[in-house]
Design a protein around this ligand. Structure first.
Ligand code: MN
Length: 297
C-alpha cells in the first residue's frame, strides 16, 4: 500500500516551531499518512520539536531539498563538493532524528537553471559522494530519492531513464529514482512507458499538475500516470506537491517561477488531492484485475 503525503509548502513556507506544528497538524487533519518537510535551512530546524509534533499527530515524515549552486557536488570544485557533502550528511541526520524514511529532491547537482553541459567527471564525482551518503543513510533505513526534474532545474537528470542510469552508477540499494509528473510532463516522450520502464528503481513519487495547482485541473494525463504506477507495482510513498505564490515566498518562488496564485485554501487543495489520488489508485488497481475477471466461461 502506498503511503500518501503532502508537501509542507502547501501549508507553510518555513519550518519554525509554530509553522511546523501547524503544518503537521493540518496534514494529519486532512488525512495524509505523512508530511514532506523541505527545510531551506537545516541549521534552524528543531528536530526534537518536530519529532514530538509528528508523534502527537500520528503521522510520518519524509524530507526533500535541492543543493544550492555553492554546494553543487557535480561541479568538480572541491570547496563546493565539501559543502554539498556536509549538507547531504546533515539532511541524513535530520531525517534520522525525526524518524523519517526518505530524502528526496535534487541531491546530485545544483537546483536551478544551468547554462553549461554537465560533464562526465562531474557526474562521476556526484555519484561517488552520493554513494558515501547512501551508506550513512542505510544505517537508519533511509532511502535517497534522486528527483528527475525539468531542464530548467538541473542539467543532469531530466528523464527517468537517466535517473535509472545514475542509480546504477551509484549502485547502492537505498538509492532510488524520484519521479514527478510535473517534470515528466515536460521532458518525457511517453510518461506511462517511462514509469513502467523505471519500475523497481522508483523509490519516491510526486504528483501535481501541469501548472502546479489543483490536482486534475491541469493538462497532465494523470489517469495514465497512476495506471502506469500500479502496473509498475510501485508501493512506495506518493506526495502531492503544489505551489502558490500565496505561501511559497523567496527564494523558492524565484527558482520555480511561482508567479501565479492558483489556490487560496491549502486545506481544500490538499483534501481534494488526497481524494483524487485515492480514487485514481483504486481505479488503476481495478484495471489490473480486468483481464482475470474477463475470462471466457
Ligand atoms: Mn517534485
Amino acid at each position: 500500500m502506498n503511503k500518501l503525503g503532502v508537501h509542507a509548502y502547501v501549508w507553510e513556507h518555513g519550518w519554525s516551531r509554530e509553522q511546523a506544528t501547524r503544518a503537521i497538524s493540518r496534514t494529519a487533519e486532512a488525512g495524509f499518512d505523512f508530511i514532506e518537510a523541505s527545510p531551506m535551512d537545516p541549521s534552524t530546524f528543531d528536530r526534537a520539536h518536530t519529532a514530538k509534533a509528528l508523534e502527537a499527530a500520528g503521522i510520518g515524515v519524509t524530507f526533500s531539498f535541492g543543493l544550492g549552486f555553492e554546494a553543487d557536488i557535480s561541479s568538480c570544485d572541491p570547496e563546493k563538493e565539501k559543502r554539498g557533502r556536509a549538507l547531504l550528511f546533515e539532511q541524513v541526520g535530520l531525517c534520522r532524528d525525526c524518524g523519517g524514511t526518505s530524502i528526496a529532491g535534487i541531491l546530485y547537482s545544483g537546483f536551478g537553471k544551468y547554462y553549461t553541459q554537465p560533464t562526465a567527471e562531474g557526474i562521476r564525482r556526484s555519484a561517488d559522494i552520493l554513494r558515501d551518503v547512501a551508506e550513512e543513510a542505510a544505517k537508519s533505513d533511509i532511502i535517497l530519492g534522486l528527483e528527475v526534474v525539468n531542464r530548467y532545474e538541473t542539467n543532469i537528470l531530466n528523464t527517468a531513464a537517466q535517473g535509472v542510469e545514475m542509480c546504477q552508477r551509484i549502485d547502492a540499494p537505498n538509492v532510488k529514482v524520484h519521479l514527478d509528473v510535473y517534470h515528466m510532463n515536460i521532458e518525457e516522450s511517453d510518461m506511462a512507458s517511462a514509469i513502467v520502464d523505471a519500475g523497481p528503481y522508483i523509490g519516491y513519487f510526486h504528483t501535481g499538475d501541469s501548472h502546479r495547482g489543483y490536482l486534475g485541473s491541469g493538462s497532465i494525463d494523470l489517469q495514465s500516470a497512476f495506471r502506469a504506477l500500479v502496473r509498475a507495482k510501485y508501493e512506495g510513498p506518493i506526495t502531492f506537491e503544489s505551489f502558490s505564490s500565496r505561501v511559497v515566498g523567496q527564494p523558492l518562488e524565484g527558482i520555480l517561477g511561482i508567479w501565479r496564485n492558483l489556490w487560496e485554501d491549502g486545506f481544500d487543495l490538499a483534501t481534494h488531492a488526497l481524494m483524487y489520488t485515492r480514487a485514481q489508485l483504486k481505479a488503476a488497481q481495478e484495471v489490473e484485475r480486468q483481464a482475470a475477471r474477463s475470462r471466457l466461461p
